[in-house]
Write a protein that binds this ligand. Structure first.
Ligand code: TYM
Length: 332
């Protein structure tokens, strides 16, 4: 089976519907036909300030949400990044192959460093995409399913793989991104021209996978729309309604045109009420399973440990090959 790799940061108590539609739903479907690896990238999360106790909790919560959403830890390898030391080791090697300017051109770094200012920007934020490249390349990955915001990082990963291969001989598989065009970017419900993001100032526009059903419904009923009153897809003129249509279509597997027909001549109230039901029906069972798992963290920790062992066996082989090829003296 071809290899698949993807991951998410444990940067909030709950994943949001952008993570769910942009990534998790694809992971769940693809895990059948791939040898899949899914990580909770806790080392990446360190590029933001973190309370130690909260980071541990968010890491478990993220893993529990993967499983609750249908990632099967007996079929796919689901683990915590820091449990496999080869990630940071390969990241160091790759950083010596990455140009300073090349890393500086990453738009996510440019956005974040502009937002925080030079003094509050840590070097980890700069080398973040190199660690991500190490994640992917350690597993000889064929495909990386992600939302559209990660595309540039995967292009860098491909460049690094090709550079290493041409300098030291065929070592890494060059991975392909898999990005679902229609759902690759879900927007904030209160600010529908901005990507839904865990770092948003207010969570009123963020639908959390672990939100209580009444909270989900309230957030959808209060979503920003427009004054036209017609349920119609038009990204430019109607970003709010268009975003809700994309969510509705993604969760039901229905076409946007069919939804437009169904709601023709009806107001936003009906449309939002139905959408709230769709999202609650989708999220409620996932939420219940995740919360139940979090009641027994010891069992979850055992699953993660067993999976990390599987991951490390693959990662260590690649790392040993890399060390050999670049001429690090082997310890006898
Ligand atoms: P992260 O944690 O920001 O996001 C996890 C996944 O969710 C997708 N996503 C979205 N998709 C649609 N609409 C949105 N509003 C939205 N917000 C987030 C992201 O594209 C991503 O697929 N650098 C990565 C984590 C990472 C990784 C990796 C991914 C580290 N190593 C190796 C793949 C392979 C990140 O910060 O994702």
């Amino acid at each position: 089976k071809p290899r698949l790799y993807s991951g998410m940061q444990p940067s909030a108590d709950s994943l949001h519907i952008g993570n769910y539609i942009g990534a998790l739903m694809q992971w769940r479907d693809l895990q059948e036909s791939y040898d899949a690896y899914f990580s909770v990238v806790d080392l990446h999360a360190l590029t933001q300030p973190n309370d130690p106790g909260e980071l541990r909790e968010k890491t478990r919560r993220t893993a529990a949400q993967y499983i609750a959403a249908g990632i099967e830890p007996s079929r796919s390898t689901l683990y915590v990044q820091s449990h496999v030391p080869a990630h940071t080791e390969l990241a160091w090697i790759l950083s010596t192959l990455t140009g300073f300017g090349e890393a500086g051109r990453m738009t996510q770094f440019k956005d974040k460093s502009a937002r925080y200012g030079a003094d509050a920007t840590n070097v980890g934020l700069f080398t973040y995409p190199v660690l991500m490249a190490a994640d992917i390349l350690l597993y000889q990955t064929d495909v990386v399913p992600v939302g559209d915001d990660q595309k540039q990082h995967i292009e860098l990963t491909r460049d690094l793989a090709e550079r290493f291969n041409s300098r030291y001989g065929e070592t890494f598989t060059v991975p392909m991104p898999v990005i679902q065009r229609d759902t690759a970017r879900i927007y904030d419900l209160q600010n529908p021209t901005a990507k839904m993001s865990k770092s948003a100032e207010s969570d009123a526009g963020i639908l959390g996978l672990l939100d209580a059903p009444s909270v989900t419904a309230k957030k959808i009923m209060r979503a920003v729309t427009d004054s036209e009153g017609a349920v119609r897809f038009d990204r430019e003129a109607k970003p709010g309604v268009s975003n809700l249509l994309v969510i509705y279509a993604a969760l039901t597997g229905r076409q946007i045109a069919a939804l437009e027909d169904e709601y023709a001549g009806r107001g936003y109230g009906d449309f939002k009420k139905d959408l709230a039901q769709v999202v609650v029906d989708e999220f409620a069972p996932v939420r219940e399973r995740a919360l139940a798992m979090l009641d027994d963290p010891a069992e979850l920790d055992r699953v993660l440990a067993a999976n990390a062992e599987r991951a490390a066996a693959v990662a260590d082989r690649t790392l040993a090959d890399v060390y050999d090829r670049i001429g690090l003296l082997r310890r006898v």
